[in-house]
Ligand binder design. Structure first.
Ligand code: ATP
Length: 508
Protein backbone atom coordinates (compact mmCIF):
# COMPACT_ATOMS: atom_id res chain seq x y z
CA UNK A 1 0.00 0.00 0.00
CA UNK A 2 1.41 3.37 -0.96
CA UNK A 3 1.37 6.28 1.45
CA UNK A 4 -1.30 7.99 -0.56
CA UNK A 5 -3.72 5.07 -0.52
CA UNK A 6 -3.01 4.95 3.15
CA UNK A 7 -3.93 8.62 3.49
CA UNK A 8 -7.24 8.15 1.68
CA UNK A 9 -8.08 5.24 3.98
CA UNK A 10 -7.24 7.35 7.01
CA UNK A 11 -9.47 10.19 5.79
CA UNK A 12 -12.33 7.76 5.16
CA UNK A 13 -12.10 6.23 8.60
CA UNK A 14 -11.60 9.60 10.32
CA UNK A 15 -14.65 10.94 8.45
CA UNK A 16 -16.69 8.08 9.80
CA UNK A 17 -15.33 8.01 13.33
CA UNK A 18 -15.81 11.75 13.86
CA UNK A 19 -19.20 12.15 12.20
CA UNK A 20 -18.30 13.75 8.87
CA UNK A 21 -19.30 11.22 6.20
CA UNK A 22 -21.15 7.90 6.44
CA UNK A 23 -21.79 5.32 3.78
CA UNK A 24 -25.43 5.65 2.69
CA UNK A 25 -27.78 2.92 3.98
CA UNK A 26 -24.94 1.45 6.01
CA UNK A 27 -27.11 -0.84 8.12
CA UNK A 28 -28.26 -2.42 4.86
CA UNK A 29 -24.61 -2.93 3.85
CA UNK A 30 -24.47 0.37 2.00
CA UNK A 31 -25.35 1.67 -1.44
CA UNK A 32 -22.43 1.92 -3.81
CA UNK A 33 -21.04 5.43 -4.40
CA UNK A 34 -23.72 7.14 -2.33
CA UNK A 35 -22.80 8.88 0.91
CA UNK A 36 -24.49 10.74 3.74
CA UNK A 37 -23.03 13.78 5.45
CA UNK A 38 -23.13 13.46 9.21
CA UNK A 39 -23.37 16.04 11.99
CA UNK A 40 -19.93 17.61 11.44
CA UNK A 41 -19.76 16.95 7.72
CA UNK A 42 -22.98 18.80 7.06
CA UNK A 43 -21.58 21.92 8.77
CA UNK A 44 -18.32 21.80 6.83
CA UNK A 45 -20.17 21.21 3.57
CA UNK A 46 -22.60 24.06 4.25
CA UNK A 47 -19.72 26.40 5.11
CA UNK A 48 -17.93 25.55 1.84
CA UNK A 49 -21.16 26.17 -0.09
CA UNK A 50 -21.75 29.49 1.70
CA UNK A 51 -18.16 30.55 1.14
CA UNK A 52 -18.54 29.88 -2.60
CA UNK A 53 -21.91 31.67 -2.68
CA UNK A 54 -20.46 34.69 -0.95
CA UNK A 55 -17.52 34.92 -3.36
CA UNK A 56 -19.72 34.49 -6.42
CA UNK A 57 -23.05 36.15 -5.60
CA UNK A 58 -22.61 38.44 -2.60
CA UNK A 59 -19.33 39.95 -3.83
CA UNK A 60 -20.41 40.48 -7.45
CA UNK A 61 -23.13 42.97 -8.26
CA UNK A 62 -23.70 41.40 -11.66
CA UNK A 63 -24.20 37.82 -10.42
CA UNK A 64 -27.44 36.48 -8.95
CA UNK A 65 -28.45 33.01 -7.82
CA UNK A 66 -31.30 30.62 -8.54
CA UNK A 67 -32.47 27.25 -7.26
CA UNK A 68 -34.05 25.31 -10.11
CA UNK A 69 -35.84 21.96 -9.81
CA UNK A 70 -34.05 18.64 -10.24
CA UNK A 71 -36.79 17.39 -12.57
CA UNK A 72 -36.90 19.21 -15.88
CA UNK A 73 -38.70 18.79 -19.17
CA UNK A 74 -37.15 15.72 -20.83
CA UNK A 75 -36.56 17.51 -24.14
CA UNK A 76 -34.04 19.73 -22.35
CA UNK A 77 -31.68 16.76 -22.18
CA UNK A 78 -32.21 16.05 -25.85
CA UNK A 79 -31.32 19.68 -26.68
CA UNK A 80 -28.27 19.69 -24.42
CA UNK A 81 -26.90 16.56 -26.07
CA UNK A 82 -27.11 14.42 -22.93
CA UNK A 83 -29.61 11.89 -24.32
CA UNK A 84 -27.42 11.12 -27.30
CA UNK A 85 -23.92 11.76 -26.06
CA UNK A 86 -23.63 11.70 -22.26
CA UNK A 87 -21.94 8.34 -22.42
CA UNK A 88 -18.89 6.68 -21.00
CA UNK A 89 -17.19 3.78 -22.76
CA UNK A 90 -17.34 0.68 -20.58
CA UNK A 91 -15.60 -2.67 -20.72
CA UNK A 92 -15.99 -5.81 -18.60
CA UNK A 93 -13.37 -8.31 -17.58
CA UNK A 94 -14.80 -11.75 -18.29
CA UNK A 95 -12.97 -13.45 -15.43
CA UNK A 96 -13.54 -11.05 -12.55
CA UNK A 97 -16.88 -9.81 -13.98
CA UNK A 98 -15.73 -6.32 -12.98
CA UNK A 99 -16.77 -3.35 -15.07
CA UNK A 100 -14.37 -0.52 -15.97
CA UNK A 101 -14.37 2.71 -17.90
CA UNK A 102 -12.30 1.87 -20.94
CA UNK A 103 -10.83 5.39 -21.11
CA UNK A 104 -9.87 5.30 -17.43
CA UNK A 105 -8.00 1.99 -17.88
CA UNK A 106 -5.89 3.65 -20.57
CA UNK A 107 -5.52 6.89 -18.57
CA UNK A 108 -4.27 4.89 -15.58
CA UNK A 109 -1.72 3.26 -17.89
CA UNK A 110 -0.58 6.72 -19.03
CA UNK A 111 -0.36 7.85 -15.40
CA UNK A 112 1.98 4.91 -14.70
CA UNK A 113 4.33 6.13 -17.44
CA UNK A 114 4.17 9.61 -15.90
CA UNK A 115 5.06 7.99 -12.57
CA UNK A 116 8.19 6.51 -14.19
CA UNK A 117 9.19 9.92 -15.52
CA UNK A 118 8.71 11.47 -12.08
CA UNK A 119 10.94 8.78 -10.58
CA UNK A 120 13.69 9.53 -13.12
CA UNK A 121 13.40 13.23 -12.27
CA UNK A 122 13.62 12.56 -8.54
CA UNK A 123 16.66 10.30 -9.03
CA UNK A 124 18.42 12.87 -11.19
CA UNK A 125 17.60 15.70 -8.80
CA UNK A 126 19.27 13.73 -6.04
CA UNK A 127 22.31 12.94 -8.17
CA UNK A 128 22.88 16.48 -9.47
CA UNK A 129 21.90 18.32 -6.32
CA UNK A 130 21.65 22.07 -6.65
CA UNK A 131 22.88 22.10 -10.24
CA UNK A 132 19.78 20.19 -11.36
CA UNK A 133 17.71 21.84 -14.05
CA UNK A 134 14.40 20.03 -14.33
CA UNK A 135 13.27 21.58 -17.62
CA UNK A 136 16.55 20.74 -19.30
CA UNK A 137 16.49 17.19 -17.95
CA UNK A 138 12.94 16.65 -19.22
CA UNK A 139 13.92 17.89 -22.67
CA UNK A 140 17.20 15.99 -23.04
CA UNK A 141 17.08 12.68 -21.16
CA UNK A 142 16.45 10.00 -23.82
CA UNK A 143 14.38 7.72 -21.57
CA UNK A 144 12.18 10.62 -20.50
CA UNK A 145 11.76 11.82 -24.08
CA UNK A 146 10.77 8.33 -25.22
CA UNK A 147 8.25 7.96 -22.39
CA UNK A 148 6.75 11.37 -23.03
CA UNK A 149 6.30 10.55 -26.69
CA UNK A 150 4.70 7.26 -25.77
CA UNK A 151 2.23 9.06 -23.49
CA UNK A 152 1.37 11.51 -26.23
CA UNK A 153 0.84 8.80 -28.84
CA UNK A 154 -1.45 6.76 -26.55
CA UNK A 155 -3.51 9.84 -25.62
CA UNK A 156 -3.86 10.87 -29.23
CA UNK A 157 -5.08 7.45 -30.25
CA UNK A 158 -7.46 7.08 -27.29
CA UNK A 159 -9.14 10.47 -27.68
CA UNK A 160 -9.18 10.20 -31.48
CA UNK A 161 -10.95 6.84 -31.32
CA UNK A 162 -13.41 8.07 -28.70
CA UNK A 163 -14.16 11.14 -30.77
CA UNK A 164 -14.91 8.98 -33.82
CA UNK A 165 -16.83 6.49 -31.69
CA UNK A 166 -14.38 3.82 -32.85
CA UNK A 167 -14.86 1.58 -29.82
CA UNK A 168 -13.20 -1.40 -31.49
CA UNK A 169 -9.99 0.57 -31.61
CA UNK A 170 -10.27 1.48 -27.91
CA UNK A 171 -10.44 -2.25 -27.18
CA UNK A 172 -7.54 -2.91 -29.55
CA UNK A 173 -5.51 -0.25 -27.71
CA UNK A 174 -6.22 -1.87 -24.32
CA UNK A 175 -5.07 -5.21 -25.74
CA UNK A 176 -1.97 -3.79 -27.42
CA UNK A 177 -0.89 -2.09 -24.20
CA UNK A 178 -1.38 -5.39 -22.37
CA UNK A 179 -3.63 -3.82 -19.74
CA UNK A 180 -4.80 -6.44 -17.23
CA UNK A 181 -7.77 -6.37 -14.88
CA UNK A 182 -6.48 -5.18 -11.48
CA UNK A 183 -8.72 -7.75 -9.76
CA UNK A 184 -8.28 -10.96 -11.79
CA UNK A 185 -5.01 -10.05 -13.49
CA UNK A 186 -6.45 -11.38 -16.75
CA UNK A 187 -6.61 -9.71 -20.16
CA UNK A 188 -9.84 -11.40 -21.10
CA UNK A 189 -11.98 -8.37 -22.05
CA UNK A 190 -15.45 -7.92 -23.55
CA UNK A 191 -16.18 -5.44 -26.34
CA UNK A 192 -16.24 -1.75 -25.41
CA UNK A 193 -19.78 -0.34 -25.27
CA UNK A 194 -21.25 3.12 -24.67
CA UNK A 195 -23.21 3.57 -21.46
CA UNK A 196 -25.51 6.56 -20.83
CA UNK A 197 -24.93 8.07 -17.40
CA UNK A 198 -28.36 9.62 -16.84
CA UNK A 199 -30.78 8.14 -14.34
CA UNK A 200 -34.27 7.86 -15.83
CA UNK A 201 -37.55 7.59 -13.99
CA UNK A 202 -41.26 7.90 -14.73
CA UNK A 203 -43.33 10.98 -14.05
CA UNK A 204 -47.10 10.54 -13.73
CA UNK A 205 -49.04 7.33 -13.49
CA UNK A 206 -47.67 4.62 -15.77
CA UNK A 207 -51.06 3.43 -16.96
CA UNK A 208 -51.84 6.86 -18.38
CA UNK A 209 -48.75 7.07 -20.51
CA UNK A 210 -46.23 8.40 -18.07
CA UNK A 211 -43.31 10.42 -19.37
CA UNK A 212 -39.77 9.25 -18.98
CA UNK A 213 -37.84 11.98 -17.24
CA UNK A 214 -34.29 12.23 -15.94
CA UNK A 215 -32.62 13.19 -12.72
CA UNK A 216 -30.50 16.14 -13.84
CA UNK A 217 -26.87 15.18 -14.54
CA UNK A 218 -25.74 18.82 -14.13
CA UNK A 219 -27.25 21.97 -12.69
CA UNK A 220 -26.22 24.11 -15.68
CA UNK A 221 -29.31 23.46 -17.83
CA UNK A 222 -31.57 24.81 -15.08
CA UNK A 223 -29.71 28.10 -15.47
CA UNK A 224 -29.87 28.16 -19.29
CA UNK A 225 -33.61 27.60 -19.50
CA UNK A 226 -34.20 30.36 -16.91
CA UNK A 227 -31.65 32.85 -18.20
CA UNK A 228 -34.07 35.15 -19.99
CA UNK A 229 -36.55 35.16 -17.08
CA UNK A 230 -33.75 36.14 -14.70
CA UNK A 231 -32.31 38.71 -17.11
CA UNK A 232 -35.68 40.40 -17.55
CA UNK A 233 -36.96 40.28 -13.97
CA UNK A 234 -33.55 41.19 -12.54
CA UNK A 235 -32.92 43.80 -15.27
CA UNK A 236 -29.47 42.27 -15.75
CA UNK A 237 -27.08 43.75 -18.28
CA UNK A 238 -24.51 41.72 -20.11
CA UNK A 239 -22.00 40.68 -18.86
CA UNK A 240 -23.86 39.02 -16.00
CA UNK A 241 -23.88 35.68 -14.23
CA UNK A 242 -26.33 33.22 -12.71
CA UNK A 243 -25.09 30.94 -9.93
CA UNK A 244 -26.62 27.77 -8.60
CA UNK A 245 -25.73 25.02 -6.14
CA UNK A 246 -27.57 21.74 -6.06
CA UNK A 247 -27.70 18.00 -6.50
CA UNK A 248 -26.75 16.26 -9.74
CA UNK A 249 -26.97 12.55 -10.54
CA UNK A 250 -24.81 10.34 -12.71
CA UNK A 251 -24.89 6.59 -12.98
CA UNK A 252 -21.09 6.35 -12.90
CA UNK A 253 -19.74 3.07 -14.24
CA UNK A 254 -16.95 2.78 -11.76
CA UNK A 255 -17.68 4.44 -8.51
CA UNK A 256 -14.78 4.35 -6.12
CA UNK A 257 -12.46 6.75 -4.33
CA UNK A 258 -14.92 7.77 -1.66
CA UNK A 259 -16.74 11.06 -2.28
CA UNK A 260 -14.57 11.85 -5.33
CA UNK A 261 -16.89 9.98 -7.67
CA UNK A 262 -20.45 9.62 -6.45
CA UNK A 263 -23.71 8.74 -8.13
CA UNK A 264 -25.50 11.56 -6.29
CA UNK A 265 -23.39 14.65 -5.71
CA UNK A 266 -23.60 18.40 -5.47
CA UNK A 267 -22.35 20.99 -7.92
CA UNK A 268 -21.70 24.70 -7.52
CA UNK A 269 -21.97 26.33 -10.92
CA UNK A 270 -21.75 29.77 -12.45
CA UNK A 271 -22.92 30.50 -15.97
CA UNK A 272 -21.60 33.89 -17.06
CA UNK A 273 -23.31 35.47 -20.08
CA UNK A 274 -21.15 37.63 -22.33
CA UNK A 275 -21.09 39.31 -25.73
CA UNK A 276 -20.13 37.01 -28.59
CA UNK A 277 -16.44 37.50 -29.29
CA UNK A 278 -15.63 38.47 -25.69
CA UNK A 279 -15.81 34.93 -24.32
CA UNK A 280 -12.06 34.24 -24.35
CA UNK A 281 -11.37 37.35 -22.27
CA UNK A 282 -13.96 36.26 -19.67
CA UNK A 283 -12.72 32.69 -19.77
CA UNK A 284 -9.24 33.92 -18.78
CA UNK A 285 -10.80 36.17 -16.13
CA UNK A 286 -12.71 33.32 -14.48
CA UNK A 287 -9.73 30.98 -14.67
CA UNK A 288 -7.75 33.45 -12.61
CA UNK A 289 -10.62 34.29 -10.24
CA UNK A 290 -11.40 30.68 -9.45
CA UNK A 291 -7.78 29.84 -8.70
CA UNK A 292 -7.65 32.89 -6.40
CA UNK A 293 -10.72 31.57 -4.56
CA UNK A 294 -9.05 28.23 -3.87
CA UNK A 295 -5.85 29.82 -2.63
CA UNK A 296 -7.75 32.35 -0.47
CA UNK A 297 -8.82 29.40 1.64
CA UNK A 298 -5.20 28.82 2.61
CA UNK A 299 -4.90 25.71 0.42
CA UNK A 300 -1.38 24.78 -0.77
CA UNK A 301 -0.43 26.30 -4.11
CA UNK A 302 1.61 23.27 -5.10
CA UNK A 303 -1.48 21.04 -4.82
CA UNK A 304 -3.11 22.88 -7.72
CA UNK A 305 -2.56 22.94 -11.45
CA UNK A 306 -4.51 23.77 -14.60
CA UNK A 307 -5.05 21.09 -17.17
CA UNK A 308 -6.02 22.76 -20.42
CA UNK A 309 -8.06 20.52 -22.70
CA UNK A 310 -6.67 19.74 -26.12
CA UNK A 311 -9.73 17.77 -27.09
CA UNK A 312 -12.77 20.00 -26.62
CA UNK A 313 -16.35 18.91 -25.99
CA UNK A 314 -18.76 19.66 -28.84
CA UNK A 315 -20.09 22.75 -27.02
CA UNK A 316 -16.79 24.38 -26.01
CA UNK A 317 -14.17 26.58 -27.66
CA UNK A 318 -11.84 26.56 -24.65
CA UNK A 319 -11.75 24.40 -21.52
CA UNK A 320 -9.54 23.74 -18.56
CA UNK A 321 -9.70 21.70 -15.37
CA UNK A 322 -8.47 22.96 -12.06
CA UNK A 323 -6.78 19.81 -10.83
CA UNK A 324 -6.02 19.09 -7.21
CA UNK A 325 -3.44 16.69 -5.81
CA UNK A 326 -5.90 14.33 -4.06
CA UNK A 327 -4.51 11.35 -2.09
CA UNK A 328 -4.93 9.36 -5.33
CA UNK A 329 -3.04 11.94 -7.41
CA UNK A 330 -3.86 15.03 -9.49
CA UNK A 331 -7.52 14.88 -10.56
CA UNK A 332 -10.23 17.27 -11.71
CA UNK A 333 -11.73 19.40 -8.97
CA UNK A 334 -13.35 22.11 -11.06
CA UNK A 335 -14.06 22.65 -14.75
CA UNK A 336 -13.99 26.00 -16.54
CA UNK A 337 -15.51 26.00 -20.00
CA UNK A 338 -16.16 28.56 -22.67
CA UNK A 339 -19.45 26.99 -23.80
CA UNK A 340 -20.13 29.37 -26.72
CA UNK A 341 -23.81 29.85 -27.56
CA UNK A 342 -24.31 26.10 -27.95
CA UNK A 343 -26.83 25.53 -25.16
CA UNK A 344 -28.98 28.62 -25.68
CA UNK A 345 -29.09 28.05 -29.45
CA UNK A 346 -30.07 24.42 -28.90
CA UNK A 347 -32.91 25.49 -26.59
CA UNK A 348 -34.05 28.03 -29.20
CA UNK A 349 -34.17 25.27 -31.79
CA UNK A 350 -36.04 22.80 -29.60
CA UNK A 351 -38.58 25.30 -28.26
CA UNK A 352 -38.99 27.58 -31.26
CA UNK A 353 -38.64 30.49 -28.81
CA UNK A 354 -36.14 33.31 -29.10
CA UNK A 355 -33.58 33.44 -26.33
CA UNK A 356 -31.93 36.66 -27.48
CA UNK A 357 -30.66 39.50 -25.41
CA UNK A 358 -31.13 43.06 -26.62
CA UNK A 359 -27.88 44.91 -26.04
CA UNK A 360 -28.77 48.60 -25.64
CA UNK A 361 -25.17 49.73 -26.15
CA UNK A 362 -24.79 47.91 -29.46
CA UNK A 363 -28.45 48.38 -30.33
CA UNK A 364 -28.71 44.75 -31.47
CA UNK A 365 -30.02 41.39 -30.31
CA UNK A 366 -27.91 38.28 -30.00
CA UNK A 367 -27.68 34.93 -28.26
CA UNK A 368 -25.08 35.48 -25.53
CA UNK A 369 -21.96 33.36 -25.21
CA UNK A 370 -21.42 31.58 -21.92
CA UNK A 371 -18.43 30.96 -19.70
CA UNK A 372 -19.02 28.30 -17.06
CA UNK A 373 -17.26 27.47 -13.82
CA UNK A 374 -18.38 24.18 -12.29
CA UNK A 375 -17.02 22.72 -9.09
CA UNK A 376 -18.06 19.58 -7.24
CA UNK A 377 -18.87 20.46 -3.64
CA UNK A 378 -18.05 16.93 -2.51
CA UNK A 379 -14.70 16.99 -4.29
CA UNK A 380 -13.91 20.33 -2.62
CA UNK A 381 -14.85 18.74 0.71
CA UNK A 382 -12.37 15.93 0.02
CA UNK A 383 -9.67 18.40 -1.09
CA UNK A 384 -10.11 20.37 2.13
CA UNK A 385 -10.14 17.24 4.29
CA UNK A 386 -6.96 15.92 2.68
CA UNK A 387 -5.20 19.25 3.22
CA UNK A 388 -6.46 19.61 6.78
CA UNK A 389 -5.86 16.07 8.04
CA UNK A 390 -2.59 15.93 9.95
CA UNK A 391 -0.99 13.49 12.34
CA UNK A 392 1.41 15.30 14.64
CA UNK A 393 4.07 14.10 17.02
CA UNK A 394 4.10 16.39 20.01
CA UNK A 395 7.05 17.47 22.12
CA UNK A 396 6.02 15.22 25.01
CA UNK A 397 6.18 12.21 22.66
CA UNK A 398 2.42 11.81 22.36
CA UNK A 399 0.55 12.04 19.06
CA UNK A 400 -2.50 13.92 17.97
CA UNK A 401 -4.72 13.91 14.89
CA UNK A 402 -5.77 17.42 14.02
CA UNK A 403 -7.90 18.88 11.25
CA UNK A 404 -6.28 22.21 10.40
CA UNK A 405 -9.42 23.40 8.65
CA UNK A 406 -9.64 27.00 7.50
CA UNK A 407 -11.33 28.54 10.60
CA UNK A 408 -14.18 29.99 8.55
CA UNK A 409 -15.08 26.49 7.35
CA UNK A 410 -14.71 24.57 10.61
CA UNK A 411 -17.99 22.94 11.78
CA UNK A 412 -17.62 24.49 15.24
CA UNK A 413 -15.72 27.68 15.92
CA UNK A 414 -15.33 27.17 19.67
CA UNK A 415 -15.75 24.51 22.31
CA UNK A 416 -16.85 25.65 25.76
CA UNK A 417 -15.27 23.45 28.42
CA UNK A 418 -15.83 23.81 32.18
CA UNK A 419 -12.75 22.37 33.87
CA UNK A 420 -14.94 20.45 36.32
CA UNK A 421 -18.54 19.39 36.54
CA UNK A 422 -19.08 21.19 39.86
CA UNK A 423 -18.55 24.38 41.93
CA UNK A 424 -20.64 26.51 39.58
CA UNK A 425 -18.26 26.04 36.62
CA UNK A 426 -20.89 24.46 34.32
CA UNK A 427 -23.25 27.35 35.05
CA UNK A 428 -20.61 29.93 34.17
CA UNK A 429 -19.72 27.93 31.03
CA UNK A 430 -23.38 27.78 29.99
CA UNK A 431 -23.57 31.56 30.33
CA UNK A 432 -20.62 32.01 27.97
CA UNK A 433 -22.05 29.40 25.60
CA UNK A 434 -25.40 31.22 25.44
CA UNK A 435 -23.64 34.45 24.52
CA UNK A 436 -21.34 33.01 21.88
CA UNK A 437 -23.77 30.67 20.15
CA UNK A 438 -25.77 33.65 18.92
CA UNK A 439 -22.85 34.32 16.60
CA UNK A 440 -20.94 31.07 16.15
CA UNK A 441 -21.50 27.33 16.11
CA UNK A 442 -20.25 26.30 19.55
CA UNK A 443 -20.04 22.98 21.31
CA UNK A 444 -20.44 22.50 25.04
CA UNK A 445 -18.53 19.58 26.60
CA UNK A 446 -18.07 18.70 30.23
CA UNK A 447 -17.29 14.99 30.08
CA UNK A 448 -13.74 13.53 30.42
CA UNK A 449 -10.41 15.07 31.34
CA UNK A 450 -9.58 18.36 29.67
CA UNK A 451 -6.74 16.86 27.55
CA UNK A 452 -9.10 14.30 26.10
CA UNK A 453 -11.64 16.98 25.29
CA UNK A 454 -8.95 19.05 23.52
CA UNK A 455 -8.06 16.02 21.35
CA UNK A 456 -11.68 15.47 20.38
CA UNK A 457 -11.99 19.10 19.31
CA UNK A 458 -8.68 18.91 17.39
CA UNK A 459 -10.05 15.90 15.53
CA UNK A 460 -13.08 17.83 14.28
CA UNK A 461 -11.08 20.98 13.56
CA UNK A 462 -12.49 23.38 16.18
CA UNK A 463 -10.20 26.45 16.09
CA UNK A 464 -10.69 27.41 19.76
CA UNK A 465 -11.17 25.64 23.06
CA UNK A 466 -12.36 27.87 25.89
CA UNK A 467 -11.80 26.55 29.39
CA UNK A 468 -13.61 27.86 32.45
CA UNK A 469 -11.89 27.30 35.80
CA UNK A 470 -12.38 28.43 39.40
CA UNK A 471 -10.58 31.74 38.81
CA UNK A 472 -13.03 32.50 36.00
CA UNK A 473 -15.77 32.87 38.59
CA UNK A 474 -13.73 35.61 40.27
CA UNK A 475 -12.02 37.48 37.45
CA UNK A 476 -14.31 36.76 34.48
CA UNK A 477 -11.29 35.52 32.50
CA UNK A 478 -10.97 32.19 30.65
CA UNK A 479 -8.22 30.17 29.00
CA UNK A 480 -8.39 30.10 25.24
CA UNK A 481 -6.41 27.44 23.38
CA UNK A 482 -5.49 27.71 19.72
CA UNK A 483 -5.99 24.48 17.74
CA UNK A 484 -2.95 24.89 15.49
CA UNK A 485 -0.32 26.20 17.89
CA UNK A 486 -1.87 24.66 21.05
CA UNK A 487 -0.86 27.91 22.78
CA UNK A 488 -3.03 28.90 25.71
CA UNK A 489 -3.84 32.41 26.72
CA UNK A 490 -5.83 34.01 29.50
CA UNK A 491 -8.40 36.44 28.10
CA UNK A 492 -11.44 38.38 29.29
CA UNK A 493 -14.81 36.79 28.57
CA UNK A 494 -15.87 40.12 27.07
CA UNK A 495 -13.16 39.79 24.36
CA UNK A 496 -14.03 36.27 23.21
CA UNK A 497 -16.38 37.26 20.45
CA UNK A 498 -13.91 39.62 18.87
CA UNK A 499 -11.02 37.11 19.10
CA UNK A 500 -13.03 34.37 17.38
CA UNK A 501 -14.35 36.78 14.79
CA UNK A 502 -10.85 38.00 13.90
CA UNK A 503 -9.62 34.44 13.42
CA UNK A 504 -12.48 33.55 11.09
CA UNK A 505 -12.02 36.66 8.99
CA UNK A 506 -8.29 36.22 8.76
CA UNK A 507 -8.47 33.21 6.47
CA UNK A 508 -11.29 32.59 4.05
P1 ATP B 1 -14.89 13.46 -14.45
O1 ATP B 1 -14.07 13.60 -15.71
O2 ATP B 1 -14.06 13.34 -13.19
O3 ATP B 1 -15.98 12.44 -14.55
P2 ATP B 1 -16.46 15.58 -15.49
O4 ATP B 1 -15.48 16.24 -16.41
O5 ATP B 1 -17.48 14.67 -16.04
O6 ATP B 1 -15.66 14.86 -14.29
P3 ATP B 1 -18.05 17.93 -15.20
O7 ATP B 1 -19.15 17.41 -16.04
O8 ATP B 1 -17.15 18.99 -15.76
O9 ATP B 1 -17.18 16.70 -14.65
O10 ATP B 1 -18.67 18.41 -13.81
C1 ATP B 1 -18.19 19.52 -13.09
C2 ATP B 1 -17.68 19.14 -11.71
O11 ATP B 1 -18.62 18.31 -11.03
C3 ATP B 1 -16.40 18.34 -11.74
O12 ATP B 1 -15.28 19.18 -11.83
C4 ATP B 1 -16.46 17.61 -10.41
O13 ATP B 1 -15.92 18.42 -9.37
C5 ATP B 1 -17.93 17.42 -10.16
N1 ATP B 1 -18.32 16.03 -10.46
C6 ATP B 1 -18.57 15.48 -11.66
N2 ATP B 1 -18.90 14.19 -11.54
C7 ATP B 1 -18.86 13.90 -10.22
C8 ATP B 1 -19.13 12.72 -9.44
N3 ATP B 1 -19.51 11.59 -10.01
N4 ATP B 1 -18.98 12.80 -8.09
C9 ATP B 1 -18.61 13.95 -7.50
N5 ATP B 1 -18.36 15.08 -8.17
C10 ATP B 1 -18.48 15.08 -9.51
Amino acid sequence: MTNNEDKLKKIISHSKEYGFVFQSSEIYDGLSAVYDYAQNGVELKKNIRNHWWKAMVQMNENIVGIDSAIFMHPTIWKASGHVDAFNDPMIDNKDSKKRYRADVLVEDYIAKIEGKINKEVAKAAKRFGEAFNKEEFLNTNPRVIANREKMKAISKRLYGSLENNNLDDVKALIEELGIACPVSGSKNWTEVKQFNLMFATQMGSTSEGANEIYLRPETAQGIFVNYLNVQKTGRMKIPFGIAQTGKAFRNEIVARQFIFRMREFEQMELQFFVRPGEEKKWYEYWKAERMKWHLSLGMNKEDYRFHDHEKLAHYANAATDIEFDFPMGFKELEGIHSRTDFDLKAHEEHTGKKLRYFDPELNESYVPYVVETSIGLDRMFLAIMSTAYNEEKLEDGSERVVLNLPPALAPYKAAILPLMKKDGLPEKAREIMAELQENFMCQYEEKDAIGKRYRRQDAIGTPFCITIDHDSLEDNMVTIRDRDTMKQERVAVADLRQIIDAKIRNKA
